[in-house]
Design a protein. Structure first.
Length: 337
């Protein structure tokens, strides 16, 4: 492990005003996205869609990293340049999703644990050879009045820590993603309670596994009301609760924090990030690692048609720039017009 290499990579991913594009949708997930625009999901259509995003002129001003799927990290631009080489050269560092997805946790109804540790050391070595500078592993925490169980939190935190240690062994920065889902009727207070517990056990496991916090990026959920809650918290309440939770439960030497959007609209995710950064006095960069919140607009503008390629790029660049401004605490909702 070369800590200086890890720190340099992590810092570049969330440098001032920059964030991460999550373009690591699995093949079934991107098919669902393409179905919404009546576009067939083929290897070539997936490649061309991602190429549209990656080669957007000016995107590197706002994007410091791009999370890729296994298929995508092996693909190339139309001119033959491998995607990882192209992205790394621009400073939009190439990353890779390495988990095998959340599976039912045996004996614990409605709870999951993320799989994918088997063979991970060898896969990371290959991904490093392909140009990956960082990786991502997502734990999924369901919320109700009775779950998550302590065991679910422990099992997922342990897997995250094992993954993170293996990444750092290969000088790959691990994105550590314990996602407390928005799905449900729970209050913002319940979300804060569960998020706090999840963060505590994750950092305990990271410490026990010898993971260098200066060489990780934390990708947490925001502290937010359940999507079906009767009385949903306001944007300022979300910002205040999230910053309060992070300050209590995230060590200051973590390289950076890049939020997931987790079912929020593009505009909500941007506004919440901006309000957090306007609070200020934060020990880490508070940035974004958005999938749908960066891609919904360009996907709809593109519609799977080559003649809409530049329109898709314009829509992507706008969302990237607005989230960059939110990272700096300089966004205003009237910029959406």
């Amino acid at each position: 492990m070369n800590l200086e290499v890890l720190k340099a990579t992590a810092n570049a991913m969330v440098a001032s005003g920059k964030g991460i594009l999550a373009a690591d949708e699995s093949t079934p997930t991107i098919k669902k996205r393409f179905d919404t625009i009546n576009t067939e999901s083929t290897e070539e259509s997936r490649r061309r869609y991602r190429e549209m995003l990656f080669i957007t002129e000016g995107a590197a001003d706002f994007i410091g990293g791009v999370i890729l799927f296994d298929e995508t990290i092996r693909q190339s631009r139309t001119d033959g340049t491998p995607f990882p080489a192209y992205l790394n050269n621009l400073g939009m560092l190439a990353g890779i999703k390495v988990d095998a997805g959340a599976k039912a946790l045996a004996g614990f109804e409605d709870e999951t644990v993320t799989e994918g540790l088997d063979g991970l050391r060898d896969r990371l070595a290959e991904y490093a050879s392909l140009g990956a500078k960082f990786a991502k592993w997502r734990a999924v925490i369901n919320v109700s009045g009775t779950i998550p169980s302590a065991y679910c939190l422990k099992a997922n935190a342990h897997a995250l820590a094992r993954y993170a240690a293996l990444c750092q062994e290969h000088n790959i920065v691990p994105i550590v993603e314990p996602e407390v889902l928005m799905d449900g009727t729970h209050s913002i207070e319940r979300c804060e309670e569960v998020t706090s517990a999840a963060l505590d056990i994750v950092f305990q496991e990271l410490e026990e596994h010898g993971v260098a916090l200066e060489g990780i990026i934390l990708k947490p959920n925001m502290v937010i009301s359940g999507s079906d809650a009767q009385n949903r918290a306001t944007p300022s309440e979300v910002a205040e609760a999230t910053v309060r939770c992070l300050k209590k439960h995230v060590p200051e030497n973590v390289a950076g924090i890049a939020f997931l959007s987790g079912g929020q609209t593009s505009e909500e995710a941007t506004e919440h990030l901006d309000l957090m950064n306007k609070i200020g006095n934060l020990p880490w960069e508070l940035s974004f690692s958005y999938g749908r919140a960066l891609q919904a607009a360009p996907l709809n503008a593109w519609q799977g048609k080559e003649e809409n390629f530049s329109a898709g790029q314009e829509a992507f660049l706008k969302r990237a720039k607005l989230n960059s401004l939110a990272h700096l605490g300089q966004y205003h909702t009237d910029m959406e017009v």
